[in-house]
Write a protein that binds this ligand. Structure first.
Ligand SMILES: NCc1[nH]cc(CCC(=O)O)c1CC(=O)O
Length: 301
């Protein structure tokens, strides 16, 4: 059997895709895998701020079309880049074990955490979720909008004379760049993006053969976390124009889900947690979203 795996061409996307293929090969030594790199709209507008172009699915549409057209059999993405709804005819296969969900600071030499940054230090990030949570901890910081792939963003510390940048631990770790990490931001200081650190393996929804092939990678705890966090995302109808995040932890049959939601300019920023059952994580996400939206409507500041 030959299986074609579609992916974006960024270093992170290729690393993630090769990881998936290597894992699948361990369980299916007789299958031939081929990587097909696909350019997406998101790759073509690297210079624009995501806030300005940001329709959902910027990095996935072209890849999904190739799945539907049977040009590829599997697409590998970062789950956090996936819109809530997949096109008709596609679905997620089993979700592999999540990488570290936290955000990290990559800082200029000498600095080691949020607390020892000098007054007014310049930190680069294009994400409102990261920006307003950083400002909550350190209102004096100057947040500088940046974009680009991981290498580019790390390089901007020197090129744009920043004191640091915020990135997902997962991307840095997968890219083998852990030595750059100065500080892991605790999830109670910075709520991660929904499903940050998890991979999405997308397939045709009637392709049983491929679905079974991927089942060996499935991690049940990750699937529970992703269902809860993406339930929250759907419930608040989140986008990249507002600060929004969600993080789920599991203890036995119980889950704890924390959601973050705010307005475009960070004046309202709500963080709320609920407990729920690990058998109905998505329902907890939707319930938390309702509670957060209610609080948002009556927010006094
Ligand atoms: N928004 C781009 C993106 N999509 C996935 C990751 C990192 C890997 C992950 O979160 O799974 C990144 C980079 C980042 O946010 O630092």
């Amino acid at each position: 059997m030959k299986v074609v795996v579609g992916t974006r061409g960024s270093k992170l996307a290729l690393t993630q895709t090769n990881w998936v293929i290597d894992e699948l090969k361990k369980h299916n030594p007789d299958v031939d895998f081929e990587v097909k790199i696909i350019k997406t709209k998101g790759d073509l507008v690297q210079h624009l701020s995501l806030d300005k172009i940001g329709d959902k699915g910027l990095f996935v549409k072209e890849i999904e079309q190739q799945l539907l057209d049977k040009e590829i059999d599997i697409a590998v993405h970062s789950m956090k880049d996936m819109p809530s709804c997949l096109p008709a005819g596609l679905k997620f296969a089993g979700i592999p074990k999540r990488e570290d969900p936290r955000d990290v600071l990559i800082l200029k030499e000498g600095y080691t955490s949020i607390d020892d940054l000098p007054q007014g230090a310049k930190i680069g990030t294009g994400s409102k979720r990261r920006k307003y949570q950083l400002l909550k901890a350190r209102p004096d910081l100057e947040i500088v909008p940046i974009r680009g792939n991981i290498d580019t963003r790390v390089r901007k510390i020197e090129d744009e004379n920043l004191d640091g940048v915020v990135l997902a631990a997962a991307g840095i770790l997968r890219a083998g760049m852990s030595k750059h990490i100065s500080y892991y931001i605790p999830t109670d200081v910075m709520v991660p993006a929904p499903a940050q650190g998890a991979l999405a393996i997308e397939i045709r929804d009637n392709d049983l053969e491929i679905e079974n092939l991927i089942n060996c990678l499935k991690d049940e705890e990750t699937e529970i976390q992703v269902a809860a966090e993406r339930g929250f995302l759907d419930g608040v109808n989140g986008s990249c124009h507002i600060p929004m995040g969600a993080y789920c932890t599991i203890e036995g049959d119980n889950i704890k889900l924390t959601g973050l939601f705010g307005d475009e300019d960070g004046k309202k920023l709500i963080i709320k947690s609920i407990e729920g059952n690990s058998k109905s994580p998505r329902e907890s996400g939707i319930e938390l979203a309702k509670l957060v939206l209610k609080e948002y409507e009556s927010y006094e500041g």
